[in-house]
Ligand binder design. Sequence first.
Ligand code: NAI
Length: 338
Amino acid sequence: AHLHPPTLQSSGLGRMDCRAKGGSPGFKVAVLGAAGGIGQPLAMLMKINPLVSVLHLYDVVNTPGVTADISHMDTNAVVRGFLGQQQLEDALTGMDIVIIPAGVPRKPGMTRDDLFNINAGIVKTLCEGIAKCCPKAIVNLISNPVNSTVPIAAEVFKKVGTYDPKRLLGVTMLDVVRANTFVAEVLGLDPREVDVPVVGGHAGVTILPLLSQVKPSCSLTPTEIDYLTDRIQNGGTEVVEAKTGAGSATLSMAYAAAKFADACLRGLRGDAGVIECAYVASTVTELPFFASKVRLGRAGIEEIYSLGPLNEYERAGLEKAKKELAGSIQKGVSFVRK
Ligand code: NAI
């Protein structure tokens, strides 16, 4: 059962949709929280991705309108809407990738951790659905605090016995997108040519840009490094404050999420050399979860890269990041185990 679009079959019109016969190559993608600030532009960007053949839009409100609207775009993907908990299972069945931007965003003065109480429960429920209906799907988790929601998802999957660490990815792409933009601005370069690895996690000091590894290689002054590190770590807060209570980053996040999902899709297709940063189960540090560069392939994460050589500034940042991350991971794990 799904909402919209109204079936032509029910009106007696319309031939068999050639895309629905299974002949069309492409992947099935669900967006959970599709009617939200991130969800809507993300749904639009996934609708124009040529690798997507079926797009499921799920939310607890407003999906009929968003689905009707997006379904009129003349691109390949077939769009279906699902509204409310009773349609969650239909939304998830058969999906190759599930992208989760469901949950409340920050308001000025809030940290991402302040969202824990509401979003932890939402993520748990959605992941229980995934475990039941599409246990092999690649999960892109956006809901904050990502540092804790990824461990929550892992615990839910472990409980049911479907956990595959290669298929669970916390989306930190926006930190990379911001880092590329801000570094390009300082260097006077085109941001599309800049590649800044951002490791650690997705909140404050856990966001650790490795400015010594920027490509193309460059030398930044200590003042530039301080400015850039601070701006990258607090880019989210910059947007939250500018929006004065209307939420957090949605458009740049939708762009980042679509870019990340596209990398996952290219990996699934079998493309070589697809490498992005993500927050994943990891042995790169002593922590069970950590963001670093990963190679994406048919099985999801196929390789996790170590951090590479760090300078003294970055080593100090890493210690701070690990301390905060350890607490956030523990908080997520306890939420499910309690
Ligand atoms: P929003 O409030 O505009 O949208 C959230 C949507 O989730 C709403 O449509 C709401 O109805 C839906 N929702 C609530 N409970 C649900 C449930 N149980 N099942 C399905 N959908 C449900 O918020 P926005 O701005 O789209 O942000 C969403 C999340 O993304 C927030 O947690 C925010 O902190 C996070 N975020 C993460 C970033 C990252 O880099 N990973 C960056 C920016 C935001």
